[in-house]
Design a protein around this ligand. Structure first.
Ligand code: GTP
Ligand code: MG
Length: 396
């Protein structure tokens, strides 16, 4: 047996990825991402543990008490319990382990790549087919992030521009992402901003998935893209590497379902969780001034919950949330982790990339802003002092 990737093994064995992670951590196995490979010994150990679980009858799995389940079990695994499959014989480790109280959250997936390689088209395809029909018409164009409901649950997507001028937007996009999708046009292959996007994802330590787009074109040259990926040290799985590569077409929809499947698998293995009751944490994705509405800030909630009426502090500004809109344009009252929202309530546009914190009341919001201003001014003064001292010394 050759090397097996974690997500593929989880799928093959039909186990929940959270359980797979538990097993790997119990076994002390180090891995970088869900596409890391496991050696044969580890795979066997995982299979053994799962077989053991299957054979240790639990009240919720009545079939485990049937004779065939007994017969299939590995003898070595039975010597620790009673010879018959009594329900209370032993408690499987997962039942005794303290349950992680923090709930799962949807993955935030940033789409990056070279200009015109089809990032927005790919998202348009996903939006059209995945977002509930009643919501589809109401998409706010300016929200850079949106939620898609897939067969595997909710996914939050962030689109980024491919034009070379927008390096900092791509870097920010990579920083808020749980997973990066690098879109590469099959007729154009790896280009400067593809390389840049890969570098951002790697710098942000975000697992990446390569989507080779425009597969429908007669000029599509998938082999060339794969060779070029290898030259970037992104070795596709079929060549024995760790890089997940999916061929797609934003025009025909080919491969899009596979891409969504890969996103879910990687996300499950990342075991993303956030506490909606925790202190608020969020990040500004973009902001703009609407002539009628005023300042609109697009924020992704990372933990905690945003509520209309809350006081928020971003950078050296604060505001009170007057209205919250989801990525489909619907008014909402609150928003939990992994929710992109548009906030109305700031008097000046907050800077994209800034973190969002909440304050209990206006007084606290003002104090938080004041202390940030003080910290910044102190730093500036200290730097100025150092510069003056150096000028004294060197007589500049
Ligand atoms: P920037 O945001 O400017 O970086 O571009 P982008 O990557 O978002 O590309 P966009 O989705 O705007 O698509 C660029 C062009 O490629 C458009 O003319 C699309 O119609 C075309 N296109 C995108 N995906 C496909 C595809 O799968 N097949 C074909 N044939 N054309 C595509
Ligand atoms: Mg685009």
């Amino acid at each position: 047996m050759s090397k097996v990737r974690i997500y593929a093994l989880a799928k093959d064995l039909g186990v929940d990825s959270g359980r797979m992670l538990e097993i790997l951590s119990d076994l002390g196995v180090q891995f970088k991402s869900s596409s890391s490979t496991l050696d044969e010994e580890t795979v066997e150990a995982i299979k053994t543990i799962l077989a053991e679980e299957k054979n240790s009858a639990t009240p919720t799995t009545p079939t485990a008490t049937t004779p065939s389940a007994q017969g299939d079990s590995a003898p070595a695994l039975q010597n620790q319990g009673a010879p018959t499959a009594t329900v209370e014989r032993e408690v499987a480790p997962r039942d005794t382990a303290p349950k992680n109280e923090v709930p799962h959250r949807a993955p935030v997936v940033t789409i990056m790549g070279h200009v015109d390689h089809g990032k927005t088209s790919l998202l348009d395809y996903i939006r059209k087919t995945r977002v509930a029909a009643k919501e589809a018409g109401g998409i706010t164009q300016h929200v850079g992030a949106f939620e898609a409901k897939t067969s595997k649950g909710k996914i939050v997507f962030i689109d980024t521009p491919g034009h070379e001028a927008f390096t900092s937007i791509r870097a920010r996009g990579a920083n808020v992402a749980d997973i990066a999708i690098i879109v590469v046009a099959a007729d154009d292959s790896i280009m400067p901003q593809t390389r840049e996007a890969i570098a951002h994802a790697q710098a942000a330590k975000v697992p990446l998935i390569v989507a080779i787009n425009k597969m429908d074109l007669p000029t599509a040259n998938i082999d060339k893209v794969k060779q070029d990926l290898i030259a970037q040290n992104l070795v596709p799985e079929e060549f024995g590497g760790d890089t997940i590569v999916v061929g797609v077409s934003a025009r025909t929809g080919e491969g899009v379902e596979d891409l969504l499947e890969m996103i879910s698998l990687v996300a499950e293995l990342e075991d993303l969780r956030a506490d909606p009751k925790a202190e608020l944490g969020g990040v500004v994705v973009e902001s703009r001034v609407d002539r009628q509405m005023g300042v609109l800030a697009n924020v992704i909630v990372q933990q905690g919950t945003l509520r209309v009426g809350d006081f928020l502090v971003v950078g050296e500004r604060y505001g009170k949330i007057k209205a919250l809109t989801d990525s489909l344009g619907a008014r909402i009252k609150d928003a939990g982790p992994s929710t992109p929202v548009q906030i109305l309530g700031f008097s000046e546009a907050p800077t994209a990339g800034d973190m969002v914190a909440s304050a209990r009341n206006e007084h606290e919001a003002r104090e938080m802003v004041q202390s940030r201003v003080t910290v910044r001014r102190d730093g500036e003064q200290a730097r100025e002092k150092r510069r003056m001292t150096l000028d004294d010394i060197f007589g500049a």
